[in-house]
Design a protein around this ligand. Structure first.
Ligand SMILES: [Zn+2]
Length: 297
C-alpha cells in the first residue's frame, strides 16, 4: 500500500512516510513500520544521515530522485566532500555527522503558510517540504515568504504530524535584518549549485583548507592563528548572524565561545568532528565578503 503513494512535489521523504502510514489504515505507526520491515523513530527535519533513509529509499527504488528532490542531503556534499548522489558511500556511513546542538537557528520542522494553502487546494493535504528544511533557511523557496515553525515545536514527526495538524505558528525569524537577508541569499545560491553543479560544491571544503593552509604551521602557532582569524571573522559576520547561526553567541556569558576555524581545521578528521555544512559555508561566505575570494566561481 505504502509503495502506491508517490511523494508530492518537493515533499520530504519523512513526510511522505507519515502520509503513507495514514493511507495504510494500520493501527499504529509502529505496526505500519513492522509490516514494511522498518524501524525509523527519529524523523527529524535536520537529519540527513541515518540507516532508515537508505531503507526508505529502497522502498521506492528511485534513490537519486529522492535524494535530490525530497531530502536536504545535497547540501551535505559541502562537508562530506563527495557526491551524495553516488550509490557509494551510503548515507548511513555518515550517521555521526549530524551535529544539531551547536546551532542558534531552529531545527524543528519548517513550513510556509502559502504552501500549506496551495497544497491543500491542489492535493487535498498539506505536507512538509524538503526545501524548507535546509539548515538556517527562513524564507520559502517558492513564495519567498517567511517560513513558520509550530509554537509547540515539532521536532520529530514520528508523532504523526503534518502541517495542517499544527494549531499555532510563529515566524522562524521574527525580525529579519540585512545581515540575515544576505546570508539567506548566499545559502540559496549554494543550494541551487548543489543541484546544478555538485562538482563545484564538493570543492568548497578542499579550497578552504588549501587557502588557510593551517597544517604548515607549528601546533602552537596554529592555535594563535585560529584565534586571530576568529576575531576578524566575528567582526565581519556581525552579531545578529553569529547569534542566529551559533548557539554560543546567543548566551549572555559566551561560555564555550565558538571558534569556527579550530573546529574546522582540527576536528574535521575525528570521528566526532564537525561536518555540518554550515561551518564550511559561513567561512566561504566570509571569504567572499571580505577577501574577494568566491569559492563558488
Ligand atoms: Zn511557500
Amino acid at each position: 500500500m505504502f509503495l502506491n503513494i508517490q511523494p508530492l512535489p518537493n515533499e520530504h521523504v519523512f513526510s511522505w512516510f507519515v502520509r503513507g502510514y495514514f493511507r495504510s489504515g494500520s493501527a499504529s505507526f509502529t505496526n505500519f513500520q513492522k509490516q514494511i520491515n522498518l524501524s525509523a523513530k527519529k524523523l527529524y527535519a535536520n537529519q540527513v544521515f541515518g540507516s532508515h533513509f537508505e531503507a526508505i529509499f529502497k522502498l521506492l527504488g528511485n534513490r537519486q530522485k529522492l535524494i535530490s528532490n525530497h531530502t536536504t542531503a545535497l547540501l551535505w556534499q559541502v562537508s562530506v566532500g563527495k557526491l551524495a548522489m553516488a550509490n557509494s558511500p551510503a548515507l548511513d556511513s555518515f550517521e555521526h555527522m549530524n551535529e544539531q546542538q551547536f546551532f542558534g537557528y531552529d531545527t524543528s520542522w519548517h513550513a510556509c503558510q502559502s504552501c500549506i494553502e496551495e497544497d491543500i487546494e491542489r492535493f487535498g493535504t498539506s505536507y512538509w517540504h524538503a526545501s524548507h528544511q535546509y539548515p538556517s533557511v527562513f524564507t520559502c523557496y517558492k513564495h519567498l515568504k517567511p517560513l513558520v515553525i509550530a509554537k509547540e515545536p515539532v521536532k520529530n514527526i514520528y508523532s504523526e504530524l503534518l502541517p495542517h495538524n499544527v494549531a499555532a505558528w510563529e515566524y522562524v525569524v521574527p525580525e529579519v535584518k540585512q545581515e540575515l537577508e544576505d546570508w539567506q541569499s548566499y545559502l540559496k545560491e549554494v543550494i541551487n549549485l548543489c543541484h546544478n553543479n555538485p562538482e563545484l560544491i564538493t570543492q568548497i571544503k578542499p579550497q578552504i583548507v588549501k587557502y588557510f593552509n593551517v597544517s604548515k604551521l607549528k601546533s602552537k602557532e596554529q592555535k594563535l592563528y585560529c584565534e586571530r582569524l576568529n576575531i576578524e571573522f566575528e567582526q565581519a559576520i556581525g552579531n545578529q548572524l553569529l547569534q542566529y547561526l551559533f548557539r554560543d553567541y546567543g548566551r549572555e556569558n559566551l561560555r564555550g565561545k565558538t571558534n569556527v576555524f579550530s573546529i574546522l581545521f582540527f576536528s574535521q578528521y575525528k570521528s566526532n568532528g564537525v561536518r555540518n555544512p554550515i561551518y564550511w559555508l559561513v567561512v566561504a561566505y566570509w571569504l567572499k565578503i571580505t577577501k574577494q575570494l568566491d569559492v563558488l566561481s
